[in-house]
Design a protein around this ligand. Structure first.
Ligand SMILES: C[S@@+](CC[C@H](N)C(=O)[O-])C[C@H]1O[C@@H](n2cnc3c(N)ncnc32)[C@H](O)[C@@H]1O
Length: 298
């Protein structure tokens, strides 16, 4: 495994406790931010709602075959299989998460509809044209070669297949100042992310790979309460992180995770990045039974 992939695995192994106990990740099978609408006030409900909201953006139907790139502990795959009865494949490079996802699928009784594959999502080994949707929630941001992911997504998709990427996009105008760049680096290094793309960079790479119907929605407003929850945790635990890291009370990975989260929130408040959903389509005629992207209000 190359060094940056190993960093990702080390990051998720090192922050396992934090995700489980502070983010309550196993309750919703979610290693992502929550989506708040429809009067939602509860964190775990908002985590689950993110899957439902994105499924409506992509227009998932029972006939779809979903590939979840960077599927974490399987929450999206499992919820989609439960809700729509469609087939789904989770791809992930972090072995303990694959094990957790398989166990969760068994508990949910959807193991016949889903499979989890330990692989890099830039080179999955899945058959060409085997899926109608490629879904990537807060995962592509962990690879330096985003183009390699888009190439693989295009290969794995059937004609007319849909791509959905939800993650953090950096502001392009005005470009981040040197001080903001430094804060972004602190965040990215602490979260094992090589760097963020802007809208224009995503659009260019998507077009280069042959995707069309590119749409980008800013859903920051719906994610902000989840960031505020993280901010509350950072205020509670963050001040001790540098000293605890120095003295060895806290291991480097969880300490840097907290330091990085504080930088992430400062940069959100400064408007340097936004939480966006990027959708695109592979040209060609889709099977008429499968869905088309809806246009829900952001
Ligand atoms: C922030 S988590 C999000 C997980 C899941 N999408 C969710 O929303 O709960 C990012 C996930 O991407 C996975 N990942 C990162 N880089 C990957 C790669 N190159 N190939 C496969 N999985 C990767 C990580 O192991 C982790 O499970």
């Amino acid at each position: 495994m190359n060094a940056s992939r190993q960093q990702v695995v080390d990051y998720f192994e090192g922050t396992r406790w934090d995700y489980r106990h502070l983010w309550r990740s196993e309750k919703a099978g979610a290693l992502h931010f929550g989506f708040y609408d429809q009067g939602i006030r509860n964190h775990v409900t908002a985590l689950r709602r993110m899957t439902g909201y994105l499924a409506s953006v992509v227009g998932i139907t029972p006939e779809d075959r979903i590939m979840d790139a960077g599927c974490g502990i399987g929450g999206c795959v499992i919820r989609i299989a439960e809700r729509f009865g469609c087939r789904a494949t989770g791809v992930n490079i972090t072995p303990f998460q694959i094990t957790a996802a398989r166990e969760a699928a068994r508990r949910a009784g959807v193991e016949d509809n889903v499979e989890f594959v330990e692989a890099d999502f830039t080179d999955t080994g899945l058959p060409a044209g085997s899926h109608t949707v490629v879904w990537a929630l807060e995962s592509v941001v962990h690879v330096d070669d985003k183009e390699a992911f888009l190439r693989e997504a295009h290969r794995v998709l059937a004609p007319g297949g849909r791509l959905m990427i939800a993650e953090y996009l950096v502001r392009e105008d005005p470009a981040p100042t040197p001080a903001e760049e430094a804060e972004l680096r602190t965040w990215c290094q602490g979260w094992a992310m090589p760097g963020l793309l802007s809208e224009a960079e995503y659009e260019r790479l998507l077009r280069k790979q042959g995707f069309e119907e590119i749409r980008i929605l800013d859903i920051s407003h719906h994610v902000a309460p989840s960031l505020r929850r993280l901010g509350w945790l950072v205020r509670l635990l963050g001040p001790t992180a540098p000293a605890f890291r120095r003295t060895g009370v806290l291991a480097p990975v969880p300490a840097d995770n907290l330091i990085a989260s504080a930088a992430q929130i400062r940069m959100f408040d400064a408007g340097v990045w936004r939480y966006k959903v990027v959708t695109a389509r592979k040209p060609g005629d889709a099977d008429p039974a499968v869905g088309t992207p809806a246009e829900p209000a952001p």
